[in-house]
Ligand binder design. Structure first.
Ligand code: HEC
Length: 134
């Protein structure tokens, strides 16, 4: 009986520690705060790219890392762009052809309003971030 009680106690402490570690501060949209409010200064290109991808670029709504949703997965895009030695920065500046899924190009094209308003550095950062997937 004593042993059983000890085991139960250990288990419940263990569980409370684990669930405590999972708590993250979130903003009104339930997103982790550090991901949405980091400033651009002092970030590496890849970090800036990630921030743009999930933030003002809204790319993350249609592109997930591994699975195709509205758009192709980031991994699929990176794979094809590596194979063809093509530039994502050029593509999102409306200076390229769709290489991944031309039949859905119109949906992607609508985002060029956002990406063409970005600086060349920001477009390059998006490219570096996406190409880091494999
Ligand atoms: C409304 C959904 C949507 C959003 C938002 C979106 N995309 Fe896409 N994207 C698509 C679809 C659909 C395709 C497939 C069509 C294509 O290949 O052009 C695509 C394709 C792409 C491709 C591959 C293009 C190729 O050569 O075929 C890249 C690169 C890309 N998106 C980058 C981005 C970036 C960067 C952003 C954010 C600035 C973004 N996308 C936001 C839907 C979206």
């Amino acid at each position: 009986m004593k042993v059983y009680f000890k085991l139960l106690l250990t288990l419940s402490i263990g569980i409370s520690i684990i669930s405590c570690g999972e708590k993250k501060e979130t903003d009104a949209m339930e997103k982790p705060i550090e991901a949405t409010e980091a400033s651009n200064s002092g970030l590496s290109s890849e970090e800036l790219g990630k921030e743009l991808f999930e933030g003002k670029g809204i790319c993350a709504t249609c592109h997930k890392a591994d699975i195709k949703t509205v758009g192709p997965s980031i991994k699929d895009i990176a794979k094809i762009y590596k194979e063809k030695v093509a530039s994502i920065a050029e593509f999102i500046n409306d200076k390229g052809e769709p290489l991944v899924d031309p039949s859905q190009y119109e949906i992607m094209k609508a985002n060029f309003v956002i990406t063409k308003a970005m600086s060349a550095e920001e477009r390059k950062a998006l490219e570096i971030y996406m190409m880091s997937f494999e």
